[in-house]
Design a protein. Structure first.
Ligand SMILES: [Fe+2]
Length: 434
């Protein structure tokens, strides 16, 4: 289904702001949140994303003013989605080697954004609100009259092919490859595909909500600036058309009929809302002398754990940028990290793997698994003339977590798993024997 909504959409700018928006002027109560009778006889409904008593600077909640409260739904029955698994299930092998997957092919089997979702790797436990899953979606049809609510985590969506038109309780967002969207836990949404088939990556974050990282000595500006995050404006869907509501709860899927649209919020205010962000606005920091800094300088958003500086998940991008460092091996160094890394490539080439890492593919370098540039990249970089060089038309990203990622059995059995990934380092000979 194609919808013509695109550039006509308007947004509110900022990250974590106290927004206030009305699809119908006068729909927001003034001076209180829950009057005896709200304007237009709407139902006030509170949605909290953090505990009531979370510190004020972390506290997230929004008040929704809607035609009917979200408690109205028919009977729930199980919904079949076997490829979207949650957390670490049972004793699953944790391979000690690097893994890489080719891009998944589009199927002829009809699949919407929910049906087309597959978990590749995961860690933690949704019920314990720790860890995350890294998933890929391949969708070839819109969600039509289906809405989805995820109780298990917020969803960071990284489109790789195809635009997504996402209707949420707070309003509508239009997201294309190069942009990302963050959908809070518990917020109903529906994905339609205005440009046809769509593919991309998802971080299902069971842990603390993503936020902007601290900037430290960088100062008060830089990396992802708060004003470049865009939230939707209230956009109440009218009519009494029936919907299907699909919910994910504790790793299980459920379906219930709705007599009318769940997107019936006429006005809302608060700081819990979906946001989108265009990675072209990311202000990169890099070396202007020698060596390159740790990749944490490319952090867009972070989900902290209870250990300071040790993230449940960091969302890190490798966007176009200048390389100017002198007397420096410019690609990533060889490394073994305590943190675990799931990588994807939205478009272009990744400088550490110019040939083997394809857009739409994925790689996994778990805690303490050695990795670095492949033989081709190393050979090129050690002999390169170090003139200023611009990496252009490229966008790789990383979900980095303190918890090792366990691949799903689906991912380990997939025909897209590269059986010869480690061969890309075979050419790294002992140059000291020259
Ligand atoms: Fe790495």
């Amino acid at each position: 289904m194609t919808q013509a909504i695109d550039s006509t959409l308007t947004y509110q700018s900022g990250f974590g702001n106290e927004f206030a928006t009305e699809a119908i002027p006068g729909a927001l109560p003034q001076g209180r949140n829950s009057p005896q009778l709200a304007p237009f006889d709407l139902y006030p409904e509170l949605l909290s994303g953090t505990a009531f008593t979370a510190p004020r600077h972390e506290n997230r909640r929004s008040w929704l003013y809607r035609r009917q409260p979200s408690v109205i739904a028919g009977r729930y029955r199980p919904f079949v989605q076997t490829l979207w698994s949650t957390g670490v299930e049972g004793r699953t092998a944790l391979p000690p080697e690097p893994l890489r997957w080719a891009p998944p092919a589009f199927s002829d089997v009809p699949a919407d954004f929910v049906e087309g979702m597959t978990t590749l790797v995961a860690n933690g436990n949704a019920a314990m609100q720790a860890g995350m899953g890294a998933l890929m979606y391949c969708a070839n049809r819109s969600m039509e009259k289906r809405a989805f609510v995820n109780h298990d985590g917020e969803m960071l969506v990284v489109p790789q092919v195809g635009r997504l038109l996402i209707r949420t309780e707070m309003g509508v967002l239009d997201v294309k490859p190069g942009e990302i969207v963050l959908l809070p836990r518990g917020v109903a949404f529906q994905v339609t595909l205005p440009d046809g088939p769509a593919r991309g990556y998802v971080c299902e974050n069971y842990g603390a909500m993503f936020r902007l990282p601290e900037l430290g000595p960088i100062g008060s500006n830089g990396l992802a600036n708060a004003r470049d995050f865009l939230s939707p404006v209230a956009a109440c869907e009218g009519g009494e058309a029936a919907y299907e509501l699909v919910k994910k709860s504790g790793g299980f899927f459920w379906t219930a009929p709705l007599q009318s649209s769940p997107f019936n919020v006429v006005a809302w205010h608060g700081n819990l809302t979906p946001v989108k962000y265009d990675t072209h606005h990311f202000m990169t920091i890099g070396s202007i002398s020698f060596d390159h800094p740790d990749p944490s300088i490319f952090t867009v958003l972070t989900s902290p754990s209870d250990t300071p500086g040790t993230a449940n998940c960091d969302f890190v991008i490798f966007p176009p940028r200048w390389l100017v460092a002198e007397d420096t091996f410019r690609p990533p160094w060889y490394h073994r990290n305590i943190m675990s890394e799931f990588m994807g490539l939205v478009y272009g080439q990744y400088d550490a793997k110019p040939g083997g890492f394809q857009p739409g593919g994925a790689s996994l370098h778990n805690s303490m698994v050695p990795h670095g540039p492949d033989g081709e990249a190393f050979e090129k970089a050690r002999g390169a003339t170090l003139v200023p060089q611009k990496l252009e038309n490229t966008l790789a990203f990383m979900f980095e977590s303190r918890y090792p990622f366990v691949p799903t059995s689906t991912a380990l059995k997939s025909s897209t798993l590269d059986p010869d990934y480690a061969a890309c380092w075979e050419g790294l000979r002992d140059y000291s024997k020259n």
